[in-house]
Design a protein around this ligand. Structure first.
Ligand SMILES: *[C@@H]1O[C@H](CO)[C@@H](O)[C@H](O)[C@H]1NC(C)=O
Ligand SMILES: *[C@@H]1O[C@H](CO)[C@@H](O)[C@H](O)[C@H]1NC(C)=O
Length: 328
């Protein structure tokens, strides 16, 4: 009994050990494959972007370009693009399209699908290979800037390139008047300056930011392909600011002659009432310090506002372009 048991036991143990090892090995193998897949498909990863970029470029014919894009000029002063996602095709996109966007020399909406959009809305499904989550916004901007500068009928022959969100409202005449004071062959990066994360500050994504032709050229030639100096950032605007900082392009002071901001982070109502502004941590966040309260917070030369609902866009449009104020 003892002898048999002695023979069986080590064999049983060996089998057990072998099984455990094999199982462990298999598990490790699966884990590694899983890790590799996660790495490959994780949108924070540069490979994710490269793949999406190459798919976009090799299947350019599948990018839908609406009719109202084709009629717009491919050169001029101001190119505007609005970044959006299908979630906002129903309300925000038509509001942007029927209000300010048409005042740019060439204005387009960049999105990922045709869902619910008609041909009168100037849009292009540039983001069909990118994730629509908010966290992947940085890649959308990176692709949009590069594409606007380099491809097809969007040519490098604009002086200025503006990126805006689908809840930004832009007073294009005021923007153009401001831009007319600057030379687009110099690298300008214009918007509402925020302080944290980037030494020289960065421009808020929501207030919209403008790059001069020179800045876009630098972006396209030095930053776009170089992931060591222009890596993914979970915050689109911080990411773009960091990339530009690497090539010494810093946000410019865009305040008016009385120190009021012209690119605005909020709606006029929020600025006038200073509602919740304290909670926003002005000292910590605003590169140029505190905003005024009351109507003196609003520059007469205001260029943009943010967090503007579709209804408020129509209100802006009516107040600025349709309602006449009778002289006394
Ligand atoms: C755009 O290009 C056309 C054709 O080359 C030219 O005639 C026109 O003056 C250009 N417009 C602007 C604003 O540069
Ligand atoms: C990326 O940029 C850095 C800093 O300018 C430079 O040293 C490096 O050579 C660049 N890499 C590539 C692949 O261009």
């Amino acid at each position: 009994m003892k002898g048999t048991g002695g023979r069986v036991k080590p064999t049983g143990l060996r089998t057990l050990a072998f099984c455990a090892l094999a199982f462990g090995g298999l598990l490790l193998g699966f884990k590694m494959i899983r890790f590799g897949m996660d790495y490959w498909f994780d949108f924070k990863n540069e490979w994710y972007f490269w793949r999406a970029y190459h798919m976009t470029m090799t299947t350019q014919s599948s990018i839908h370009i609406s009719e109202s894009v084709w009629s717009q000029p491919t050169n001029g002063s101001l190119f505007c693009f609005v970044i959006t996602a299908p979630l906002h095709h129903e309300k925000r996109v038509p509001a942007v399209s029927r209000t300010w966007l048409k005042r740019c020399d060439h204005g387009e909406i960049f999105t990922s699908s045709q869902e619910g959009l008609d041909e009168n809305i100037p849009y292009r499904t540039l983001f069909q290979h990118l994730d629509d989550s908010y966290d992947a916004l940085f890649w959308k901007s990176k692709l949009a800037i590069q594409y606007s500068y380099s491809y097809m009928q969007i040519s490098p022959e604009f002086d200025w390139y503006m990126k805006a969100d689908d809840d930004s409202y832009v007073i294009v005449e005021n923007l153009k008047a401001f831009l007319a004071t600057l030379d687009p062959s110099q690298p300008y990066y214009l918007g509402f300056r925020l302080r944290p994360h980037v030494d020289h500050g960065y421009n808020s994504g929501g207030a919209g930011y403008v790059l001069s032709r020179k800045a876009v050229e630098i972006f396209s030639t030095q930053l776009f392909t170089n992931f060591s100096i222009c890596p993914f950032n979970i915050y689109e605007d911080v990411g773009i600011g960091k990339c530009l900082e690497e090539v010494n392009v810093y946000p410019h002071d865009t305040r008016d002659s009385e120190g009021r901001q012209m690119f605005n982070l909020f709606t006029p109502g929020k600025m006038i009432r200073q509602a919740d502004l304290e909670a926003e941590g002005q000292e910590k966040w605003f590169y140029d310090g505190y905003l005024n309260a009351g109507f003196k917070a609003i520059s007469p030369d205001s260029i943009s506002f943010h967090h503007v609902s579709p209804d408020m866009m129509d209100t802006f449009e009516a107040a600025l372009y349709h309602i006449r104020v009778r002289q006394k």
